[in-house]
Write a protein that binds this ligand. Structure first.
Ligand SMILES: [Zn+2]
Length: 355
């Protein structure tokens, strides 16, 4: 009996087959062994499936990112471990208190004849000549730009030079302070009249050039021929590829009714990669885009889109509280950035996933 019990505890199939075989005689001895065989098979199947279940559990856990889950108990459902921790237990967003005056800073500030630029106390405006590469030319060694934007611009021009083999882009204008803008406005007004000046030159305080995020470019060939980008097809590249570096053609001819500025195939503005992509892909000028984003508040549906590099982005809008500080909701554990819109609120941009 003892030996038989031990056999039953252990995966018994071989034992009972041996038992059955050992008899090798008449069929009346078959009923009892048959029941035992069936039982044995059931037990075997149960043992195997339990073992394989444990294996798949242990195989999945370490491959997941949740190292913190390693000291978890075995009662955790093995398959769901990797999906759960980011989900329900950890809040996806946290609050962040910012000064409401920060609506006047960031990549997405809208500066136009309606919304004045608020010159910040400290902005790193640098001389382009000090940081320039050989991929482009400068109309003047006094031209300036925001330092961060200049680095991104240098990257874009390196891309253009390697793609098209052209290094004859010239920067004609970059950062301008209010008095420089005043001078430009007055000189255009004197030379071409008020109507021309109003069509092309913003009044001091209302020019995008104040931001240090905008610049005017043209072509100046080695044989000293000047032309605008729309006069040489190589420079179409800037129309369809500058968004991959976060820049937009700011004043398109078919948007002049909205921007209030006539076509300027030379004026480019940095807004950041996902936004430049979305505006380009959906044919929106900055005024339209800023309006559109108000439809995607934190509480409602967020704007989610995949850019042409297959990165998935999430964008939403949070209105300024109107008092000194505004409580934002930002992703708790994902990379994000916040920009003011220079009008009435903040735009939060985050990567949703990276593929
Ligand atoms: Zn310009």
């Amino acid at each position: 009996m003892n030996s038989r019990n031990r056999k039953t505890d252990y995966p018994g199939s071989t034992g009972y087959l041996r038992d059955a075989g050992r008899g090798g005689k008449p069929s009346r001895r078959w009923v009892f062994p048959l029941v035992l065989i069936i039982l044995a098979v059931i037990i075997l199947v149960a043992v195997i499936s339990a073992a394989s279940g444990r294996n798949s559990g242990t195989a999945q856990d370490p491959s997941g990112e949740n190292l913190s889950g390693q000291d978890g108990t075995r009662s955790d459902p093995p398959g769901e471990d990797t999906a759960d921790p980011g989900g329900e237990n950890v809040p996806e967003y946290r609050s962040l208190s910012v000064s409401s005056s920060e609506i006047y800073t960031g990549d997405l500030i809208l500066v136009n004849s309606e919304y004045e630029y608020h010159f910040p106390e400290n902005q790193e405006i640098v001389n382009i000549y000090e940081y320039k590469t050989d991929d482009y030319k400068l109309a003047s060694i006094t031209l300036r730009l925001d330092r961060r934007i200049l680095e991104l611009f240098n990257g874009m021009l390196a891309d253009f030079a390697s793609t098209k083999g052209r290094r004859d882009v010239i920067i004609n204008s970059g950062y301008r302070d209010a008095s420089e803008q005043q001078e430009i406005y007055e000189s255009r007004k004197q030379a071409y009249g008020q109507q021309y000046a109003d069509a092309y030159v913003q009044k001091p305080g209302f020019s995008e050039h104040h931001t240090g995020f905008a610049l005017d470019m043209a072509v100046y060939t080695d044989s000293k021929v000047s032309m605008t980008f729309d006069q040489d097809e190589d420079f179409d590249w800037f129309m369809y590829a500058s968004h991959t570096h976060g820049f937009i053609l700011r004043y398109a001819s078919h948007k002049s009714g909205i921007t209030g500025i006539s076509a300027e195939p030379w004026h480019f503005r940095y807004v950041g990669v996902p936004h430049a992509y979305y505006m380009y892909a959906n044919d929106l000028c900055l005024e339209e885009y800023i309006d559109l984003l108000r439809n995607y508040s934190f509480e409602s549906e967020h704007l989610v889109f995949r850019d042409d590099e297959e990165t998935l982005w999430e964008v939403y809008y949070i209105p300024s509280s109107g008092s000194d500080r505004t409580e934002l909701h930002v992703p708790a554990s994902r990379e994000y950035s916040v920009s003011g819109n220079n009008v009435d609120g903040f735009i939060v941009t985050a990567r949703k996933t990276t593929t």
